[in-house]
Design a protein. Sequence first.
Length: 144
Amino acid sequence: MRQREKAISTINTQKKSNNIYINANKMENLDKEKIERIVITRKQANVYFSKKSNVFRSFCVMENETYRAGSLSVKQKRLIAIGIAVAINCESCMEWSIKQALDNGASEEEIIEAIEIAIEMRGGPATTYARFAMNVIEYYTQSK
């Protein structure tokens, strides 16, 4: 643990000396652009494949049935999907699932708990995947 604390201290010192300051509450512009690109290309792909693919249309029917309220609410199902999306590092899945969870009444705190489960289940790599999920949350909650 001491070695880790020393490494963090060294990084913080280097950042200060290089006048590099990271605002943990501000989304990177690159991720904002990536999120917007994901939304646009998903809509384009949905139109394209809906016209040309029976398999895609069948998938959409399955998706609608999967997320229909049943023993679990739509919100609960979307929170599960967020955890899986983070665990498998599917950025498009993270964007869609977080947006759908928010639209179905999930709070930022509930989404973070779902992400925490993914981190625990997946270990260290999921902590890096969660960074994109953090920016998606910020994208949708701070634009309101």
